[in-house]
Design a protein. Structure first.
Ligand code: GAR
Length: 216
């Protein structure tokens, strides 16, 4: 089995990156984390990646005078240079233009801290509390031209508790993120995902094959 050479794009602490690296340390995992790219030179995740001996690259968006496409061309060049096959966005806080989205169509996935299509954008946990939802969670999806949109691969849900603050809720959701992102990457890397319209079929035929709600 050839493991898919996968890049993780980050902007910050990189805890989801860490979850993907941990999963890929298992030799039978179908993806290999071959490159970490950050748009911020000070991203904490870069140090963590280096500790694991994974190659890192910084493409600083501030160096492109607001030319988003030029920034993305530079990212694309780094990805190609490292012979990357799949791209995972993990807290990569730049809005993408159609340039990069089209270049990696079907090969780029993102994690979002909400049950899409609810709560696209920022401050998802605050908004979930404001709206009074009882179930919140996270989503991994293929990246499309619209922000926080695109066919959904895996979702994970958590209960919202009476005493929750945005911080406690974020922490509960983050644990789920760390479980579902490796699962989603595995599905994509093994070619088990089939996109039909807005849906992604993953071959899961019974509930027990896809645990979606924690705690179970
Ligand atoms: C994660 O919660 C991720 O879902 C979110 O940023 C955080 C990054 O944390 N992404 C977005 O909001 C993208 N729309 P991490 O750097 O520890 O993985």
């Amino acid at each position: 089995m050839s493991r898919k050479r996968t890049a993780v794009l980050i902007s910050g602490r990189g805890s989801n990156m860490g979850a993907l690296i941990s999963a890929a340390m298992e030799p039978s995992y179908p993806a290999e984390i071959a490159l970490i790219v950050s748009n911020r030179p000070d991203a904490k995740g870069l140090e963590r990646a280096a500790e694991f001996g994974i190659p890192t690259a910084v493409v600083d968006h501030t160096g492109f005078a607001g030319d988003r496409e030029a920034f993305e061309r530079a990212i694309d060049a780094v990805l190609r240079e490292h012979r990357i096959e799949l791209v995972t966005l993990a807290g990569f806080m730049r809005i993408l233009t159609p340039y990069l989205v089209n270049a990696w169509s079907g090969r780029m996935i993102n994690i979002h801290p909400a049950l899409l299509p609810s709560f696209k954008g920022l401050a998802t946990h605050e908004r979930a509390l404001d709206e009074g939802v009882k179930i919140h969670g996270a989503t991994v999806h293929f990246v499309s031209a619209e922000m926080d949109d695109g066919p959904i691969i895996v979702q994970g849900a958590v209960p919202v508790l009476d005493h929750d603050t945005a911080e406690t809720l974020a922490a509960r959701v983050l644990e789920v993120e760390h479980r579902i992102y490796p699962k989603a990457l595995e599905l994509v890397a093994t070619g088990k995902t089939k996109v039909t319209g807005a849906r992604v079929l993953t071959g899961a035929a019974s509930e027990s094959e896809l645990q979606l709600v924690w705690p179970d």
